[in-house]
Write a protein that binds this ligand. Structure first.
Ligand SMILES: *[C@@H]1O[C@H](CO)[C@@H](O)[C@H](O)[C@H]1NC(C)=O
Ligand SMILES: *[C@@H]1O[C@H](CO)[C@@H](O)[C@H](O)[C@H]1NC(C)=O
Ligand SMILES: *[C@@H]1O[C@H](CO)[C@@H](O)[C@H](O)[C@H]1NC(C)=O
Ligand SMILES: *[C@@H]1O[C@H](CO)[C@@H](O)[C@H](O)[C@H]1NC(C)=O
Length: 151
């Protein structure tokens, strides 16, 4: 709770002081999706496929090589439905391209914790720009481009 209020305060402060540049064109970034308990984190399709189990309570982290988002690395967790949301605040000199090319989404919890038959390794994915919605504040959606096992 306290951490949340501090983050919200910080968010407002950052938005108020950096109303130019990245905040005006990118706004807040939501990296969201659903993580499945498979070696590529994807749902497995097919009309006769049994439902793909989700990867619940997995620790996630967006880490960036360059300084493009505030308070990086930014953490998140999947909920009981495997859904996750990582909220990021771009630095004022950041662009969508600099974020996509510098940041990656890591699943820190090893896959073996959702299925002991899977490797004891995490996943990683590049980010993909989805869209920016211009409301009171702009909101930019990003998603995992495709997960693979961490080396
Ligand atoms: C992320 O959230 C938005 C808004 O709820 C939704 O429209 C979008 O489909 C989600 N993206 C993914 C990859 O689930
Ligand atoms: C943005 O500025 C920070 C320092 O203010 C710098 O470390 C970072 O490399 C810059 N990022 C880009 C994409 O230019
Ligand atoms: C994010 O997760 C990492 C690894 O679990 C941890 O070391 C770090 O303190 C966390 N950062 C925050 C802001 O919670
Ligand atoms: C997993 O899903 C992502 C995003 O939908 C897609 O780009 C990727 O090709 C899929 N990977 C495989 C191996 O199906």
């Amino acid at each position: 709770m306290a951490v949340k209020s501090i983050l919200i305060f910080l968010l407002v402060a950052v938005l108020a002081t950096c109303s130019a540049d990245a905040q005006r064109t990118i706004g807040i970034i939501h990296v969201n999706g659903t993580l499945y308990c498979t070696t590529n984190g994807n749902i497995t399709g097919g009309p006769n496929a049994s439902p793909t189990p989700v990867f619940a309570n997995a620790a996630l982290q967006v880490a960036c090589e360059a300084d493009v988002v505030a308070l990086a690395p930014v953490n998140g967790t999947t909920n009981s439905n495997g859904a996750y949301l990582v909220v990021m605040i771009p630095l004022r000199n950041a662009t969508i391209n600099s974020i996509v090319s510098n940041c990656r989404l890591f699943v820190l919890t090893p896959l073996s914790s959702c299925d002991s038959a899977l490797p004891a390794r995490g996943l990683l994915s590049n980010l993909r720009f989805v869209k920016t919605v211009f409301g009171f504040l702009p909101l930019t959606y990003m998603a995992a481009a495709g997960f693979s096992l961490q080396p």
